[in-house]
Design a protein around this ligand. Structure first.
Ligand code: HEM
Length: 147
């Protein structure tokens, strides 16, 4: 009974990641990256580690002086869940909208990815899995880096 309750709670936590009816969502081609990242719980720990690193990273922290970290945390979790093929659909601002006017440079973008890799290291995520996620995120730079 207790095991059943735990399974039920875990499933509810997964669905808590705002999923719509299946037919309204593009089906992710492969959810294995999401699983390798430790599911929603693993991704949440990685995002927490990333936010701590950003707060300590003199290369980029100035961009976050006015940031709403509560919202950012939720949006990042939702986005990484979506990008890794998990049962979420990112519903935040587009990357172009979210980063408009910030004049983010290529090296600042790179710094953020380094912080993310360090956060994944800390969670014991395998290098191959890290590379898979970073490969999915790199193209977002087109909309994040100022041109
Ligand atoms: C792969 C890299 C990145 C991803 C996936 C990402 C993702 C996001 C997401 C999901 C949001 C929230 C959008 C919303 O509120 O709806 C956001 C906001 C933001 N991002 Fe990024 N971002 C990236 C790179 C960067 C970089 C390199 C910087 C600065 C150096 C940056 C600075 C910010 C700031 C300041 C906000 C607004 C926070 C606020 O006003 O509360 N981001 N980003």
């Amino acid at each position: 009974m207790r095991v059943l309750a735990i399974i039920l709670i875990s499933l509810l936590a997964l669905w808590g990641c705002r999923s719509g009816p299946p037919e309204s969502q593009p089906q992710p081609p492969d959810g294995s990256l999401f699983v390798e990242l430790g599911g929603l719980a693993g991704i949440s720990r990685v995002v927490d580690g990333l936010l701590f690193r950003i707060a300590d990273d003199q290369r980029i922290v100035h961009h976050f002086a006015e940031a709403d970290f509560e919202r950012l945390r939720i949006q990042l979790i939702e986005q990484l869940c979506t990008e890794s093929g998990g049962p979420c659909q990112y519903q935040g601002d587009s990357m172009a909208e979210a980063h408009a006017g910030m004049s983010i440079t290529e090296s600042e973008f790179q710094a953020m990815l380094e912080d993310l890799a360090a956060a994944m290291d800390e969670e014991g995520i395998a290098p191959a899995t890290q590379r898979r996620l970073l490969t999915r995120l790199r193209p977002l730079g087109r909309d994040i880096i100022a041109h």
